[in-house]
Design a binder for this molecule. Structure first.
Ligand SMILES: Cc1cc2nc3c(=O)[nH]c(=O)nc-3n(C[C@H](O)[C@H](O)[C@H](O)COP(=O)(O)O)c2cc1C
Length: 193
């Protein structure tokens, strides 16, 4: 089973990246392969609202970085999204990516029944509305949501701060465990066929 972990932060080596790498390690310990993709620093165009993808299930824009990342996500079994809180929401780069990722496959099965989770990093406030922003996409993707026993919010301002938030890390590890639990049961069922 394979998961794609999206780092939605423009800061390549910031807190989201630290958490994304940790998350990949937890998945690997349960035999789930994981790849981190740095979306936040991609030069990704926003949706043009042309609706061409309604007929083709493919975005007409030719930016290769977007299509390469989207193809990896469509091929994977799970998607985990990390984002920093920007003004109580998510960074624009991630929004542009998600608008297109979810819209251009509306009629397709690219995201259907993939296991999905989300986590946001905040300095002080805005995490709940930022998480909610990510869930808006997930709820339109026919996805299976993995959760934890609390909100998946980790506190931190400067790179590395998140490592001091024990409760945040513990909640995130539970989400990883639950994601693996679902994925390994899907694998068992697939293997039995
Ligand atoms: C443009 C911008 C807006 C931000 N807005 C918020 C905010 O609304 N609430 C908050 O708690 N932190 C806010 N922050 C702080 C970041 O969420 C925090 O530094 C986070 O750790 C960054 O994650 P990263 O290191 O993965 O980029 C903002 C940071 C930037 C650069």
């Amino acid at each position: 089973m394979k998961a794609i972990i999206v780092n939605g932060s423009p800061r390549k080596n910031g807190n989201c990246n630290i958490l994304a790498e940790k998350f990949a390690g937890w998945l690997a310990s349960e035999n789930v392969e994981a790849e981190v993709i740095q979306i936040g620093s991609m030069n990704v165009n926003g949706c043009l609202g042309c609706w061409a993808c309604s007929d083709t299930n493919k975005c007409i824009q030719q930016d290769e970085e977007f299509h390469t990342a989207a193809a990896k996500i469509y091929e994977a079994d799970a998607l985990m999204v990390f984002a920093p809180v920007y003004y109580d929401s998510i960074p624009g780069q991630l929004k542009s990516f998600m608008d297109r990722l979810f819209f251009h496959n509306r009629g397709g099965t690219g995201l259907k029944r993939k296991v999905v989770g989300a986590c946001v990093v905040q300095r002080r406030v805005g995490a709940v509305s930022a998480l909610d922003d990510i869930y808006h996409y997930i709820m339109c993707g026919e996805m299976i949501v993995a959760t934890s026993s609390g909100e998946n919010v980790v506190f931190g301002l400067n790179p590395g701060d998140v490592l001091s938030d024990e409760e945040g890390l513990s909640n995130l590890e539970k989400l990883a465990e639950n994601m693996c639990w679902i994925l390994n049961r899907i694998k068992k069922e697939r293997d039995s066929k």
